[in-house]
Design a binder for this molecule. Structure first.
Ligand code: IPE
Ligand code: IPE
Ligand code: MG
Ligand code: MG
Length: 336
């Protein structure tokens, strides 16, 4: 976990990649139209809150995965837009719930829905989005699609509960931390990638390669997220940095720093995890940087992103495959 990958890699370039044309852009506009149409509810407060969070934007990574895997495997049909909207609804529902659980106040550069409308309304609208996603899945009428998304939604919930159980625990094992991020984040990336393969009727080995790409990229993505919570910038991220420390979340930067720090430094970090002391952020940031824990976290993310790129060897060469390769690089350089 601590060793940087030795092979030179496009992933390790210091500058973010130049803006390549994104083949999914027109398709994403269709997805946004589906999203707007399917958000509709008779209940005014639902309309208000769901438009508030969805209208704030977001990177739309998970819908992009559905669309790119469909294109890479030769599927083109209306179901891809429905499934892309469905994964974004599930993602948005998890964000509404997550911000309540994490008591976060900033998301996508705006006050969180819980800060604006309260916890109860956020949780209930999250439920609306989950159940709307399931109505849409039923309309797609494919048992495999239902199976993949029902499993993913269930695993995400397990991940969030596992994380809750790990909070304030400075003795958390790295393997338990990794299990949480695979469940809470990588699972939906995995499902999004897999759905492209399912729609295209890909043979099992190819479907597994697509799922593996999503799993590795999702893991890399959350590792970078946990890194940005220490070294990122709130304005660019659209979320408050330091949230993880305030919540007492033992993420990889802290776990590695504790393993490498001096005894007094270790005691400081342990205490901050146990009590959620965000006022210790500058001191802890110095230790995290000084021990090389941020670099080691980035190295772990790069290793996962590298695995994601390797998984794409199973796909035929195409513009979509290039975009999926490129996405790995882009997400490792992200600041938002
Ligand atoms: C945020 O996901 C939640 C995590 C898994 C870290 P994104 O960073 O994809 O959120 P948006 O949709 O772009 O806001
Ligand atoms: C996000 O975890 C995972 C889910 C929303 C399921 P985090 O709590 O780390 O994400 P942010 O930092 O709030 O986006
Ligand atoms: Mg959170
Ligand atoms: Mg986070």
């Amino acid at each position: 976990m601590r060793d940087a990958p030795t092979r030179p890699s496009v992933l390790e370039a210091t500058a973010p990649p130049a803006n390549a044309a994104d083949p999914t852009e027109p398709a994403l506009q269709r997805v946004d139209a589906v999203i707007r149409e399917r958000l509709a509810s008779r209940v005014v407060l639902i309309d208000q809150i769901s438009s508030y969070i969805i209208g704030a934007g977001g990177k739309r990574i998970r819908p992009r995965l559905v669309l790119l895997f469909c294109e890479a495997l030769g599927f083109d049909g209306p179901e891809q837009y429905e499934l892309a909207a469905i994964v974004e609804f599930i993602h948005t529902a998890t964000l509404l719930h997550d911000d309540v659980v994490d008591e976060s106040s900033l998301r996508r550069g705006r006050a969180t829905a819980n800060a604006m409308f309260g916890n109860a309304a956020s949780v209930l609208v999250g439920d609306f989005l989950y159940s709307r996603a399931f109505q849409m899945m039923v309309a797609v009428n494919r048992m495999r699609v239902l199976e993949v998304l029902a499993d993913a939604t269930n695993v995400i919930a397990e991940g969030e509960v596992l994380q809750l159980m790990n909070i304030h625990d400075p003795d958390l094992a790295v393997s338990d931390y990794l299990q949480v991020i695979r469940y809470k984040t990588a699972k939906l990336f995995e499902a999004s990638a897999r759905l492209g393969a399912v729609l295209a009727g890909a043979p099992p080995a190819l479907e597994e390669a697509c799922a593996g790409y999503g799993r590795s990229l999702g893991t890399a993505f959350q590792l970078v997220d946990d890194l940005l919570d220490y070294e990122g910038n709130s304005d660019e991220l659209g979320k408050n940095v330091g949230d993880d420390l305030r919540e007492g979340k033992p993420t990889l930067p802290l776990l590695i720093a504790m393993a490498r720090a001096t005894a007094p430094e270790r005691a400081l970090i342990r205490h901050a995890i146990e009590h959620g002391e965000v006022d210790k952020l500058p001191a802890i940031l110095a230790i995290v940087k000084g021990t090389g824990a941020l670099d080691a976290t980035r190295a772990a993310a790069l290793k996962e992103a590298h695995d994601a790129r390797l998984a794409l060897a199973a796909l035929p060469a195409s513009r979509a495959r290039e975009a999926l390769l490129d996405l790995c690089v882009r997400l490792m350089h992200r600041s938002s």
